[in-house]
Design a binder for this molecule. Structure first.
Ligand code: HEM
Length: 285
């Protein structure tokens, strides 16, 4: 194919031809390799429940930015659920003295946390002016009232009983969270496992000495458990850091819709350490 360029030169456009002419690309559905004969629902929808999933987005304003805020919050809620599920699995494995099983589950948890953390990118555009366009519509709604996030925190051993108070009139959730507060955390089960392996874990100082000893020893299995726990703690810390950064960016020091002072309260909450002796032990190694 010959065409004339801007400069008037003749140019051979053969190299721009499609690899296959279109009549080769068209597919004859009678010969298609995939199944097309379904009832009202395709099996994908039945499995993924797409109808339910895509019926859950109801922004409260006309502002187009609210859709990212709402959907990213929903995506994060789903991740909290997946992470709580994995942490319960890791706790089971530790209780059963299956260290390799626990390491595998904790590594998967850390990868899900990475996926969760990547979701923050979708909110980086939001300045106070943009957040203000729909913020008042949220009323008193706040992530502080996320029961699934509290489950994740409790499983990690961050247990502040005051934080289940918003649910006190929601009997089922309140009861479940109160029970979760009393259950051993992943960290409690890791400590119990060390105890069964001959370490003294009678108090935090002893737990710290146990981790110093493990990292100085040839006990590769328990060291890898320590590494997998560290990765989970760091990735969870990354979520909290990114959240604080998003709050600072989108609303500065204004009070939170959930009734807290906002940034100052979140910074105090972020200072609570996940798996504390795993970190303090490092000073003595
Ligand atoms: C830029 C967007 C966001 C802002 C400005 C913001 C603001 C805040 C503020 C001020 C608090 C303190 C509690 C209060 O409301 O008084 C809070 C807590 C919280 N928010 Fe957000 N948030 C944002 C995005 C998100 C998203 C997308 C999620 C995902 C579910 C989320 C989950 C949480 C959770 C779980 C807490 C409790 C944290 C804790 O207990 O330490 N936030 N948020």
């Amino acid at each position: 194919m010959i065409a004339t360029s801007y400069s008037g030169m003749a140019v051979d456009l053969a190299f721009l031809r499609p690899v296959m002419p279109y009549h080769h690309v068209l597919v004859d559905v009678r010969e298609s390799p995939f199944t097309i004969d379904f009832d009202t629902q395709v099996p994908y929808d039945t499995y993924v429940r797409t109808d339910t999933l895509h019926d859950l987005q109801h922004p409260l304003s006309e502002d187009p930015g609210e859709m990212s805020f709402l959907m990213i919050t929903q995506v994060m809620e789903l991740y909290f659920k997946l992470i709580a599920f994995e942490l319960r699995g890791a706790r089971e494995r530790l209780r059963a003295d299956d260290v390799w099983g626990a390491v595998g589950t904790l590594r998967r948890t850390a990868l899900h946390l990475e996926g969760l953390n990547a979701s923050w990118r979708g909110l980086r555009w939001m300045t106070p002016a943009e957040f203000n366009r729909f913020r008042t519509r949220l009323g008193e709604a706040s992530g502080l009232q996320s029961a699934m996030y509290r489950r994740v925190e409790f499983l990690l051993g961050l247990k502040n009983p005051a934080l289940i108070r918003p649910f006190k009139r929601k009997a089922g959730t309140y009861g479940e969270l109160a029970a979760a507060l009393d259950e051993p955390s992943v960290w409690d089960e890791a400590g119990a496992l060390l105890g069964r392996r001959g370490h003294d874990v009678c108090d935090p100082a002893a737990v710290e000495r146990a981790w110093v000893a493990i990292y100085a020893s040839e006990d590769r299995e328990t060291r890898l458990l320590g590494d997998a726990l560290s990765e989970v703690a760091e990735q969870f810390g990354e979520w909290r850091y990114q959240h604080v950064a998003a709050v600072r960016r989108a609303m500065g020091h204004k009070p939170g819709s959930g009734g807290s002072s906002g940034l100052a309260w979140l910074e105090r909450s972020m200072a609570q350490v996940v798996f504390p002796e795993l970190w303090s032990a490092r000073t003595h190694m």
